[in-house]
Design a protein around this ligand. Structure first.
Ligand SMILES: [Zn+2]
Length: 433
């Protein structure tokens, strides 16, 4: 499973897995620690086994607990060890986490009969003296305030050793109001793991760190995105003259930080950090085009393309609520009415081959994920693709028995056609029940 996730993150080319730009242990860290928040499946599995272990010590009336305890000659409430010379894989799994499980449970001392004095001595000062009429001692889960087991808290305990510094910068990166692929770029960018020639030399993939655009001896991130002739040419046109000197001289890391996150020292307008990261992303894309596709796209006007993308990003994240044109409202997902489900559909068209894919996500009235799908449609126009997405989304919801369905599409024309039951729908060859 982990291999599949790795392939998904790093991609693949011609059947070969893509190059891992960061150690997997970094990717597994939480968003706040600079990772992508993928679970460590080994620890996640241990957390699930802990659930079984916790059931064994607290769930005495269940049949499965009684059967296992009889089979493995269980003694006491919480034995020190449950290892056997020969046992099933299941039992070996539970006994492997036993020591960690013991760290996670603690006694609620009532009549004091089950609690070992020496084991509990640290807690005795802080609890009521045992009383024979206050019921049996209870074991409870240490990491939840209600004393009940949760896989989430067990996982948190298991990975706590590896948790490292939380940095607010990471969350800011994922909140940048830019397309997701640009955020992904910004994430790699802040980790300083773009595959420049200097980085490729470090990984023994090549022997020359030279910049292929200007011939400079060392092509590192700072060179590609700021110092290279090709980059300077672009920045010259968008950084105001008064700022230009500081912009080109400040140290690399500081340059990234101030332009990406420091709202007070933004160079240009309020969207400066959006324009900055989009321009960096376009410079990087142009560099890759130049290196891998021998100059195709080198002539592309980064500034014009940047303007389009900044405007698109602005429109995607804000809608103008028309109060004189200046007030903006952030667009976000809203819950459907109680008892309804919401379907969000979208289509994507590859501009090169014209191939189309569609997908949908289904959520309940609490916003929880129900299911989703994605499929290949073939070659068609964007409008037809959007109509297919709406069609399949509704058909799936209907097929799963949902009758109160709210559907959202970002294609106004498609929505209008569906709402007006346009004849064009039938001409498009789509059947609408
Ligand atoms: Zn260069």
């Amino acid at each position: 499973m982990e291999q599949l996730i790795r392939k998904f993150v790093w991609g693949s080319r011609d059947g070969k897995p893509g190059l891992a730009l960061l150690p997997w242990s970094t990717v597994q860290k939480s968003i706040d620690e600079g990772g992508l928040g993928f679970k460590d499946l080994y620890q996640q599995n241990k957390a699930f086994i802990m659930k079984i272990g916790f059931g064994l010590i607290t769930n005495n009336s269940s049949l499965w607990v009684r059967v296992l305890k009889a089979k493995y000659k269980w003694e006491g409430v919480m034995p020190l060890s449950i290892s056997w010379v020969s046992y099933s894989r299941f039992w070996s799994g539970v006994s492997a986490i036993w020591d960690e499980l013991k760290e996670c449970v603690t006694w609620d001392i009532r009549n004091g009969w089950s609690t070992d004095f020496w084991e509990s001595i640290e807690r005795i000062a802080s609890v009521q003296p045992p009383r024979s009429d206050s019921g049996e001692d209870q074991l409870f889960w240490r990491w939840e305030s209600n004393g009940q087991f949760s896989a989430r808290s067990a996982y948190g305990y298991l990975i706590s050793d590896t948790a490292s510094g939380i940095d607010r910068i990471w969350r800011k990166i994922w909140k940048l109001k830019v397309p997701h692929r640009v955020r992904m770029f910004a994430w790699l960018f802040w980790h300083e793991r773009l595959l420049t020639n200097a980085e490729r030399v470090r990984r023994h993939m090549t022997t020359s760190a030279q910049c292929e655009i200007c011939g400079c001896r060392r092509e590192d991130m700072d060179h590609v995105l700021r110092q290279c002739v090709a980059a300077r040419e672009v920045w010259c046109k968008i950084v105001p003259i008064a700022e230009r000197d500081r912009f080109s001289r400040v140290a690399h890391r500081e340059w990234l930080r101030t332009n990406l996150f420091d709202v007070s020292s933004t160079v240009g307008d309020e969207d400066w950090h959006v324009r900055f990261i989009i321009t960096c992303w376009l410079l990087w894309k142009r560099r890759c085009c130049f290196v891998f596709e021998s100059a195709r796209g080198i002539g592309e006007d980064i500034i014009a393309r940047g303007n389009v993308l900044v405007e698109e990003a602005r429109r995607a994240f804000y809608v103008n609520i028309d109060t004189g044109g200046s007030a903006m409202e952030e667009v976000c997902w809203l819950r459907p009415p109680i008892g309804w489900i919401k379907v969000n559909v979208d289509a994507a068209v590859s501009t090169v081959e014209g191939l189309v894919g569609i997908g949908a996500v289904f959520r309940d009235d609490g916003g929880s994920w129900l299911f989703g799908f994605a499929r290949f449609v073939g070659r068609c126009t964007v409008l037809v693709a959007e109509l297919w997405a709406i069609h399949d989304g509704l058909a799936q919801a209907w097929g799963c028995g949902h009758r109160c369905v709210e559907l959202e599409s970002d294609n106004l024309e498609a929505v209008r056609m569906v709402n007006s039951n346009s004849n064009l729908l039938h001409e498009q060859g789509l059947f609408w029940q």
